[in-house]
Design a protein around this ligand. Structure first.
Ligand code: UD1
Length: 424
């Protein structure tokens, strides 16, 4: 990409990766055909579809329609292939779904983006509480349950994936499950909505946002039925393009935005001097960051669980901070190694000092185009943003990471007027 050009125009925000992945796993609990509309065309979704196929399910993707159909009537295999499990951490939610469907699952330790310690102790704790026997053999995790039984599960930390895993296992468990300190992320609520549409009995509405509680009354597997479901749009992708505009300047409009889920992000961006306007009837959001004199850093921000500032937008925020006046300290409270792009940004001329879990960015330095290396999904997208702000040519190597979560970042930025193309 050749940087130093303000952005302008409008783009459509794709469906949410983090909502669609556990919902695809949830299809395992429904012995019939489910249809997901608005499913993003990204490699993590391909990976989850391959996992479903490996169990015997039939998965049909209709090209260019964002529709995925999953028919699980012929599911029989409980061993999940290592090549897909190792490629993506969220494959771990298949454990709860497979226990509910087959009473048995065998996986290797799940992989995913290398952004720090990512244990699965909370997942295993929750599944064991529901009556699963879990043992590790030759680097594989086996879980087995003659019958899952409802239980009270009190998480010491509200993990998104562990909450989803327990929900999936508890839907067809006998009796009542109470999850305390459940994650409140919109992607957890979407999973509950999908399962309730299919006949599950999950009470999250009043209880989750206030007290962090989810109550599940188990139902027979045979009571769950086919559904057609519309995937919500991706708050992290929307946030990425908002930060790109804050960093590069200009004015863009995002269509199909999950407006209510972006409050902490919009608050931060407004405090940094951009103007955001919202059209709730049309689900559109416009950001104007053209007046560069007004774009200034705020002193401090920390990432935290929803509804606070999301860890997934910490890297795009760092780049925006490089382009703003003044100094910003960012504390990363969710993942331990999520400052891996700092080294690359420094090579482009950024002034960033990292001490333990906090990065301090001194903005207003010129960035210079370089070849930089993407090492994970959101960091990769942030390096593209940096390239759009830098003088000269920037090449982002290993951009396959970005395809895990963004349908076509090059097409989107081209539509927004950027000079960007795929290399080679
Ligand atoms: C999900 C999102 C990811 C996002 C993250 C936090 C998906 C597919 N991914 O990841 O994009 O960055 O939420 O919002 O939805 N932890 C443990 N033990 C466990 C589980 C988690 O210690 O058993 C720790 C993790 O190491 C991490 C923290 O809890 O430090 C948060 O992890 P979690 O909420 O589970 O994130 P994911 O579900 O992996």
């Amino acid at each position: 990409m050749e940087g130093k050009k303000a952005l302008g125009g409008r783009i459509w925000i794709q469906g949410s990766k983090n909502a669609a992945l556990p919902i695809l796993a949830a299809c395992m609990l429904i012995p019939g055909k489910c249809v997901l509309r608005g499913c993003p065309d990204i490699t993590d979704i391909d990976c989850m579809c391959n996992l479903l196929k490996s169990t015997g399910a039939t998965v049909t993707t209709v090209p260019d329609t964002a529709v995925v159909e999953v028919d699980t009537r012929s599911v029989r295999e409980h061993r999940l292939p290592e090549k897909y499990v190792s490629a993506m951490r969220s494959s771990v939610v298949m454990m709860g779904a497979m226990l509910g469907r087959l009473g048995e699952v065998c996986v290797n330790y799940p992989g995913g983006c290398v952004i720090g310690e990512r244990p699965i102790d909370l997942h295993l704790y929750g599944l064991e509480k529901l009556g699963a026997q879990i043992w590790i053999e030759e680097n594989h995790i086996h879980a087995y349950a003659d019958e899952l039984k409802g239980a009270v599960i009190d998480f010491p930390f509200s993990s998104v994936g562990a909450t989803q895993n327990v929900i999936l296992a508890a839907v067809t468990a006998q009796g009542r499950t109470v999850i305390k300190n459940a994650a409140k992320e919109p992607e957890v609520i979407e999973l509950c909505k999908f399962l309730n549409m299919a006949g599950a009995r999950i009470d999250y509405s009043g209880t989750l946002l206030k007290s962090g509680r989810i109550v599940i009354q188990g139902v027979e597997l045979s009571r769950l039925h086919e559904v057609v479901y519309d995937v919500i749009s991706d708050r992290i992708v929307a946030g990425t393009y908002l930060f790109a505009t804050l960093a590069a300047g200009g004015e863009i409009t995002l269509e199909n935005v999950p407006i209510g889920q972006l409050d902490s992000i919009c608050d931060t961006i407004r405090q940094m001097g951009a103007v955001i306007t919202v059209d709730t009837d049309q689900n559109e959001m416009t950001i104007n960051a053209s007046d560069r004199d007004k774009i200034e850093n705020i002193p401090y921000i920390e990432t935290n669980v929803y509804p606070d500032f999301p860890t997934d937008l910490q890297s795009p925020l760092l780049v925006a901070a490089c382009m703003a006046k003044g100094r910003l300290a960012v504390r990363e409270k969710i993942f331990s190694s999520r400052f891996r792009i700092v080294e690359e940004l420094r090579r482009m001329g950024a002034e960033i000092v990292v001490e333990r879990d906090t990065a301090v960015v001194t903005g207003g330095r010129e960035l210079e185009g370089r070849t930089v290396i993407a090492r994970e999904l959101r960091g990769g997208a942030a390096l593209v943003i940096a390239g759009l702000c830098a003088s000269g040519i920037t090449t982002v190597a290993d951009s396959g990471y970005i395809r895990r979560g963004y349908q076509d970042i090059v097409r989107d930025f081209t539509e927004l007027g950027a000079r960007i193309s795929y290399a080679g």
